[in-house]
Design a protein around this ligand. Structure first.
Ligand code: PEP
Length: 254
């Protein structure tokens, strides 16, 4: 049985002051909710404050939205896994489509980051997903296979199970247009098939695959009821504490 995992990707939003008031109401909202893993990935500037407020909480884990693959050095503007670990960050989002499209991240670069994250005890949330053009050309499974094989190259089977995959069709991110539950389930089943080829069926069965792309309180339950959808990576709807807590509750049928 895979424990559902709901993650907030705040992107370049939320000041430290906003983070403090968000957490206060979010914590109250999810106080009685159990059996689901919650991750919040704030911008780097809010990580230290959130870490202090969470105080090692088992219910809410801290995530980062990106990191570099070196431990330290002359890499202006980058953040290292050691810096994240110092602040008790547990998860790191890697290869988000905005990183791929706006900042030119390749599968090869993401692969280096995945190896470093695992070596440092951070759990990667590896994002994959096709563009609208690729879906319209019927190439979605081919794209997913290439991205998974490229970004997970050389990762041993025993480490694959600690990775979370986020299937995020690019055409559904921030557009208000989400994949249908059937489209998402088909893509997730394909992701699990590729994971089994890379490792083995038992390992692939343990991997949690999140859906991401315009998830909201209104559509979360039906998406999360699909057999291969083990959670959600939420952008826009995670910026509001009440709405995000409703998505968390949908994961456990509340
Ligand atoms: C995301 O950026 O990971 C995402 C899924 O965004 P949104 O929920 O806003 O579509």
């Amino acid at each position: 049985m895979r424990k559902k995992i709901i993650a907030a990707n705040w992107k370049m939003n939320m000041t430290v002051a906003e983070t403090v008031s968000y957490l206060e109401s979010f914590r109250t909202n999810v106080e009685a909710v159990n059996g689901v893993e919650i991750v919040i990935a704030p911008p780097f500037t809010a990580i230290a404050k959130l870490s202090e407020l969470l105080g090692g909480s088992q219910k809410i884990s801290l995530g980062a939205q990106n990191m570099y693959f070196e431990m330290s050095g002359a890499f202006t503007g980058e953040i290292s896994p050691a810096m994240l670990r110092e602040l008790f960050v547990r998860f790191v989002i890697l290869g988000h489509s905005e990183r791929r499209q706006i900042f030119g991240e390749t599968d090869a670069l993401i692969n280096k980051k995945v190896h470093t994250a695992l070596a440092c005890g951070l759990k990667p949330i590896v994002c994959v997903g096709e563009t609208l053009e690729e879906r319209d050309a019927g190439r979605e499974t081919e794209i997913l296979t290439t991205q998974l094989r490229g970004s997970l190259a050389g990762v041993p089977a025993e480490k694959i199970s600690s990775i979370v995959i986020a299937y995020e069709p690019v055409w559904a991110i921030g557009t208000g247009r989400n994949a249908t539950p059937e489209q998402a389930q088909d893509a997730h089943a394909h992701v699990r098939k590729v994971l089994a080829e890379i490792s083995d069926a038992e390992t692939a069965n343990k991997v949690r695959i999140q859906y991401g792309g315009s998830v909201k309180p209104a559509n979360a339950a039906v998406l999360l009821s699909q057999p291969d959808i083990d959670g959600a990576l939420v952008g826009g709807a995670s910026l509001e504490a009440h709405g995000f807590s409703e998505i968390v509750k949908a994961a456990v049928g509340k």
